[in-house]
Ligand binder design. Structure first.
Ligand code: NI
Length: 254
């Protein structure tokens, strides 16, 4: 059984065949899925999906690239959304310095405030962090993130930084990049990290694993990620699936 801990089935790339695709999940071993909001609108869509499908859970939050839409009222709206029974975490939230906008100050402000929201609502967080390791760790420490708990999804930093996150009680999200030829850094991280710190994720429709790199991703491709992790760690695919499935249940409090 596989738990896809990070998917975006609310994305328009699934509009044409969303129902047909989701109806194939269980028979292919994809037992549960967390649909992750990235804006106010997609957070609402994630909740709708979680109400429609018993095996889908919702995560609500505003991605660093979308924080210009946030204000005090919207944050309160997020709080109310986070109290829905199938909302299991706050995210994806964080810092993304790859693009010049929104400003770093604005991203940091809303990252901190959404971390506070998670603490107040007793939910873990799903963190997106790109080219911003230092500030991400600083804000996590300031906000005592070790008391909140969470995952650093689509982990792209060094194994040393993964260890710091793991020591704060965080999980590391691993997806299609682990199968890429240029995924050496992530392979080193996975080799170094105990399996009980790893969560499986797709980030679909993005980041399809080899041999589908560049195509639309879905949870159905996760067996390629499982195989890559099993090879790196020299263990069976069953063990990778069992341990990461239980990690995901523990992480999302299910
Ligand atoms: Ni994502």
């Amino acid at each position: 059984m596989i738990f896809d801990t990070h998917a975006h089935y609310d994305d328009e790339q699934f509009d044409a065949d969303r129902e047909a695709l989701l109806s194939q999940m269980k028979e292919n071993g994809i037992e549960r899925i967390a649909d992750i909001g990235a804006s106010m609108a997609s957070s609402k869509e994630a909740l709708l999906l979680s109400e429609k499908y018993d095996f889908i859970y919702a995560v609500v939050g505003v991605h660093p690239s979308e924080v210009e839409e946030l204000n005090d009222d919207k944050l309160e709206e997020l709080r109310i959304m986070s109290r829905k029974p199938k909302c299991v975490a706050i995210g994806e939230i964080g810092l993304d310095y790859h693009w010049p906008e929104p400003s770093r100050e604005l991203q940091q402000h809303w990252f901190s405030r959404q971390l506070s929201l998670a603490r107040e609502e007793h939910k873990p967080v799903v963190i997106h962090s790109r080219e911003a390791a230092e500030d991400t760790l600083r804000i996590m420490k300031e906000q005592k993130a070790e008391e909140i708990g969470g995952v650093v999804h689509c982990f792209s930093y060094s194994k040393e930084i993964a260890r710091i996150c793991a020591d704060m009680g965080f999980y590391i999200g691993v997806g299609g990049v682990i199968t890429f030829k240029n995924g050496k850094k992530l392979k080193e991280t996975v080799a170094d990290l105990p399996l009980d710190k790893i969560l499986l994720e797709t980030d679909c429709p993005y980041l399809a694993p080899e041999p589908y790199r560049g195509k639309r991703n879905s949870s159905l491709f996760l067996p390629y990620v499982v195989e890559a992790i099993a090879d790196i760690k020299g263990i069976s695919k069953e063990e990778v699936m069992d341990v990461t499935y239980n990690n995901a249940l523990r992480f999302y409090g299910l």
